[in-house]
Design a protein around this ligand. Structure first.
Ligand SMILES: [Mn+2]
Length: 247
């Protein structure tokens, strides 16, 4: 049976076609899968908390709830846009929130999953920002703010981060191979699936003399990338391609 992976959907009312495509996927071909994994950055905006009702959040939550209610297995990993996600998302969707690094077994193989931002270890300022946002006191303080203030703060974060990344070299914001190898070793995996960089691809390399593979999911801005895992097979497909082979 198929296991599906998606990431970086960046769903927004500004791209109604991608929103509709995702809701169709949940109502249609994704139901044929054993499990659906969303590896972060489901929404374009920063997640405000469990009371986040920024459009298209209500529609998307309803779609995920329906998917789970009919027996779909949903797993969510936090991305940099959904750093404020917590276990409350489980009650809102019926899915399960996974740790930032999680190991799943696919056809007997241990596969490491993550969003991908933590692999970009050379981006020191981002990693510092992320550590700061993870502090329990900061998270509690953010949650305690009124909804409108949280919305105001996070809408200011985006242009700020865009501006700061303009001054970073492409190498410094890409994934770091040594970090990847260290993580694969420590989790006892030879395969990694992640998103975040928006550069879909499959990268084969040797890890301590053994074949290893890193699969990068694409985003849903211009494309709509789905990774299909069927037994030992891995295919990066568009939603239309995936749907056509599940019929
Ligand atoms: Mn990301």
């Amino acid at each position: 049976m198929d296991t599906l992976f998606i990431a970086d959907l960046h769903l927004s009312e500004k791209r109604p076609e991608k929103l509709a495509l995702f809701l169709d996927l949940l109502r249609g071909s994704a139901r044929q899968s054993k499990a659906l994994y969303i590896l972060g950055d489901l929404f374009e905006h920063f997640w405000l908390g469990n009371d986040d009702r920024t459009p298209p959040v209500p529609k998307v939550l309803a779609g995920l709830r329906e998917f789970c209610a009919v027996g779909g297995k949903l797993y969510i990993v936090r991305g940099n846009r959904d750093l404020m996600l917590d276990s409350g998302i489980e009650g809102l969707t019926g899915g399960k929130l996974l740790p930032d690094f999680s190991v799943v077994e696919i056809s007997g193989k241990r596969v490491l999953l993550c969003h991908g931002d933590l692999l970009c270890s050379r981006d020191v300022s981002y990693q510092l920002y992320r550590k700061f946002m993870e502090l329990a006191a900061i998270r509690a303080a953010f949650r305690a703010l009124p909804y409108r203030l949280r919305s105001f703060i996070t809408s200011g974060l985006r242009p700020l981060m865009r501006r700061s990344s303009q001054y970073k070299s492409p190498v410094s914001i890409d994934t770091d191979q040594l970090t990847i190898e260290r993580l694969l070793r420590s989790f006892g995996c030879a395969e990694l699936i992640h998103g975040h960089t928006h550069r879909p691809g499959m990268h084969d390399f040797l890890l301590d003399g053994q074949n290893a593979r890193r699969i990068v999911l694409g985003d849903w801005y211009d494309e709509d990338s789905v990774l299909l895992c069927r037994d030992g097979e891995r295919r990066l497909l568009s939603v239309a391609e995936y749907s056509s082979i599940t019929i």
